[in-house]
Design a protein around this ligand. Sequence first.
Ligand SMILES: C[S@@+](CC[C@H](N)C(=O)[O-])C[C@H]1O[C@@H](n2cnc3c(N)ncnc32)[C@H](O)[C@@H]1O
Length: 272
Amino acid sequence: MTILKSPWTDDRGRKEQLDDHIQHSRTAYFGFQKVAAAEKQPRVSRHFDAVARRYDLMNSLLSFGIHHAWKRTAVRMLGLAPGAKVLDVCGGTADLAILAARSAGPAGRVVVYDINRTMMSYGRPKAAAARLENRIDFVQGNAEALSFPDACFDAAMVGFGIRNVTHMKRAFAEMHRVLKPGGKLMCLEFSKPAWPVFRWIYDQYSFYVMPLLGRLIANNRAGYLLLTESIRLFPTPRELAKVLSDIGFSDVRFRRLTNGIAVIHIGTKKTP
Ligand SMILES: C[S@@+](CC[C@H](N)C(=O)[O-])C[C@H]1O[C@@H](n2cnc3c(N)ncnc32)[C@H](O)[C@@H]1O
């Protein structure tokens, strides 16, 4: 087994993930591979078509079930009021939407918004099994151009999805646009573990064990290597907090989970 030097990219690499550089260079990262910016989204869609059937199972196996606790914490931090209208961007198989629908109660409404119909097709039966089908709608579309009017949601969330969006600032700006003043944003995303020894163990696990399990269980080694690589190019929690503040969110704060493997960012749309 090769011992990796740090596979975590430097600030220059991370800047290349942001809209300004992508617009200028017309290239974007797909894992560690640089592709034409226009190519990224179709590749991401093909990836999720391939992993959709085993997506929930793999999430639970690879995270030892911890992702459920992260998601519960993230939705709790949104502090949803009864009757809240919530948008779940890149909502996929609806885990966050189900938690949000429970939290917002019978008068609440949640929209799962995802570019990939196959991923959402695995979310619908889960919403029905939770008896929440009347509170959760599924809408297909691109996070970079949300198909909703301005100021119509009390909360917007994105869980483990923003890494996949080509122009992430544009997607956050769209979430800001559709939030009511005072509305809350929540972003749950993977990040870099804080302790070096733990980070090294996590790197070995991510580069060797995860792709192997991806191959054995989902017949998709490349997809799980892609997950591992894209995490290592993503902005740090502080950098992401600045992106959100620059877009116009106030009171931006973040909380590291499990030594920083995942991070929750919360921001508020300013009231005029
Ligand atoms: C890793 S999954 C996350 C699913 C879910 N939020 C969760 O936490 O389990 C990422 C999702 O983002 C969706 N996605 C990727 N790019 C998108 C885009 N530009 N617009 C909308 N959804 C997108 C994918 O189709 C996929 O369902």
